[in-house]
Design a protein around this ligand. Structure first.
Ligand SMILES: O=C(O)c1ccc[n+]([C@@H]2O[C@H](COP(=O)([O-])O)[C@@H](O)[C@H]2O)c1
Ligand SMILES: Cc1cc2nc[nH]c2cc1C
Length: 339
């Protein structure tokens, strides 16, 4: 690996495009279905999106998977979270025992769940003082993330768990998009005003340290974290394996934002599952040109918003594939002429 980041950049820029023929086939079938054209609103676009990135028509969702990446962050020692860093490992045990919110959503919606730990007991260095990774470490972590889909899936939801990671995500956004540190921070797990002030200072210090760096992968390497790097890796791997991706909230979107900064088509296969209650999420999504599917005031992480969105995407696909056509059901088409 003489130039590990260059190899990763080539993989991002060389990603395959949408399957236009599959999209056209969905559109043709949609015109025949027993409903007025357009009457299923955004569900119709979801089916087109799924066909485009699965590369088949009609598309289906038979083995959806939530992959949750868990990691710790040195910057948590700066008092930027409402919870201690120990909670990351404790929540991994809770995932294994079936007690977390994401366990119950996956059970309710019949979605697979995989939790991937990234050296939780060894936090990345505090990004206000040091780079999170060296080049090889970043690429190795992205490659680890890619393994999450080794068992196969036809719709991947990405989520995370990591105390302090809303600070890390905010630093990535501030580095990518500029403005002030205060534009990108929010209360995360629920920090008080003093915690919020520490968070603003940490984000400002981390970004000042890297002095105007604009390259997406370098920003990830210098002010990122392991779960975010792993999510970037698996978003990229999914594209190459024709697996559409649903991205969770504020933190998971930072992994997509890094890829988008390298190539603005790199996340065309990604749907943003929901709008996080973290206030800066909307501004990030505007920069990515993405409209979230749901807006439920959620700010948990764990892939919870993505999993709920997956359930709607699956319903959209089944509706499209299973509905009768006007001809098949003997239902009259539009009478025409009177309006
Ligand atoms: O992704 C989101 O929209 C989101 C918003 C607020 C909090 N979180 C979760 O809360 C943790 C990070 O919050 P904090 O306050 O420790 O930075 C981490 O485990 C995330 O999964 C996630
Ligand atoms: C309890 C708890 C659960 C979480 N799940 C994702 N982030 C979290 C943060 C906390 C604090």
């Amino acid at each position: 690996m003489a130039h590990p980041l260059e190899d990763m950049r080539a993989l991002i820029r060389g990603a395959p495009g949408a399957d236009r023929a599959a999209v056209e086939a969905v559109r043709r079938r949609d015109c025949e279905l027993t409903k007025p054209p357009g009457s299923l609103g955004r569900l119709e676009h979801l089916v087109e999106w799924l066909a485009a990135w699965q590369g088949r028509s009609p598309p289906d969702v038979r083995s959806p998977l939530v992959a949750v990446f868990a990691a710790n962050h040195g910057v948590a020692a700066k008092g930027v979270s409402a919870y201690p860093a120990d909670v990351t490992l404790q929540m991994v045990a809770n995932f294994a025992a079936g007690g977390a919110a994401i366990n119950q959503i996956c059970l309710a919606e019949d979605i697979g769940l995989k939790v991937l730990e990234l050296a939780i007991e060894v936090p990345t260095p505090d990004i206000t003082e040091e780079d999170a990774f060296d080049e090889v470490g970043l690429v190795a972590t992205m490659a680890f993330g890619m393994e999450a889909i080794a068992g196969g899936t036809d719709l991947l939801c990405i989520g995370e768990m990591g105390i302090g990671n809303t600070t890390v995500a905010a630093a990535i956004y501030h580095a990518l998009y500029g403005g002030e540190a205060s534009d990108w921070i929010g209360r995360g797990t629920g920090v008080d005003d003093a915690g919020l002030a520490r968070k603003r200072a940490a984000v400002a210090a981390a970004v000042a340290r890297i002095g105007g760096e604009r390259d997406g992968l370098e920003i990830l390497r210098r002010v990122g974290g392991r779960e975010i790097a792993a999510m970037a890796g698996v978003i990229l791997a999914a594209r190459h394996q024709r697996i559409p991706v649903i991205v969770d909230g504020f933190v998971a979107t930072s992994a997509a934002a890094v890829l988008h900064a390298v190539d603005d088509h790199a996340i065309d296969h990604c749907l943003i599952g929901h709008l996080s209650a973290e206030p800066a999420h909307a501004a990030v999504l505007a920069r990515l040109g993405k409209k979230p599917l749901l807006d439920l005031g959620m700010r948990l992480g764990e892939g919870t918003g993505a999993a709920l969105a997956a359930s709607i995407v699956r319903a959209a696909a089944r509706t499209h594939a299973g509905m009768a056509t006007f001809a098949g059901a003997g239902v009259s088409g539009p009478s025409g002429g009177t309006h």
